[in-house]
Design a protein around this ligand. Sequence first.
Ligand SMILES: Nc1ncnc2c1ncn2[C@@H]1O[C@H](COP(=O)(O)OP(=O)(O)OP(=O)(O)O)[C@@H](O)[C@H]1O
Ligand SMILES: O=P(O)(O)OC[C@H]1O[C@H](OP(=O)(O)OP(=O)(O)O)[C@H](O)[C@@H]1O
Length: 216
Amino acid sequence: MGIDGRLTVAMPKGRIFRDALNLLGEAGLTLPRELVEDSRKLIVEVPGEDLSFLLVKPVDVPTCVEHGAADLGVVGKDVLLEEERDVYELLDLQISPCRLSLAGTTDWQPVLNPKVATKYPRIANRWFRKQGQQVEVICLNGSVELAPLTGLADRIVDIVSTGRTLRENGLVEMEEITRVTSRLIANRASYHLKSRQIGELYERLAQVVKEEGGLQ
Ligand SMILES: Nc1ncnc2c1ncn2[C@@H]1O[C@H](COP(=O)(O)OP(=O)(O)OP(=O)(O)O)[C@@H](O)[C@H]1O
Ligand SMILES: O=P(O)(O)OC[C@H]1O[C@H](OP(=O)(O)OP(=O)(O)O)[C@H](O)[C@@H]1O
């Protein structure tokens, strides 16, 4: 499980990375140079602690944790809901907040069996099923806002943070599907086998989240 019996944490590269590092720093961890500075290293050990970080794409964090390549992971709730991996969700870290919303053009008219473009096909399908609406979900990997502008789809399900991308593309948020923050997740076996190490890190992080109401 993990590497050399050390506690291994899968960290998402990209947007969440800095927020997660700040949180770990606040929790009293000495962050190795390779994590803080620009580095291409993918496995980084924390000096003086029985701890290593794996640097992975955000969408791959639940996969690494489910399969035990990492004992713990930091990941957005959006990815967690979409990936449906068999992991424990331990803590809402309250970092990298955003929301997953339904959006469209201002002049959108209801149609039978509308097309919905998204990076989140499972979440979209589940949500529309719950609404009793039949839709055709079209999977995109980015620039989802283009879809209603080009006739590729009628509406989109996508992340909204400042709302700038919607605004600058003449789209409006129609409904919030879910609020999103990043979570601490654990491999099921590691949670039991490394309960002391995981418990200690959990306590340190939970304390910071409680004291600071999360770091934005
Ligand atoms: N404005 C935002 N847009 C997208 N994700 C955001 C935003 N704000 C916070 N997040 C969080 O950041 C995560 C995405 O991070 P990031 O954009 O680095 O990854 P990504 O979608 O894999 O990017 P890419 O595919 O461009 O490499 C989401 O899962 C979400 O939880
Ligand atoms: O509300 P905002 O602050 O504008 O942020 C939301 C935008 O940011 C993300 O896109 P990203 O920059 O990751 O590009 P992408 O289209 O390639 O996913 C997301 O998919 C939205 O498009």
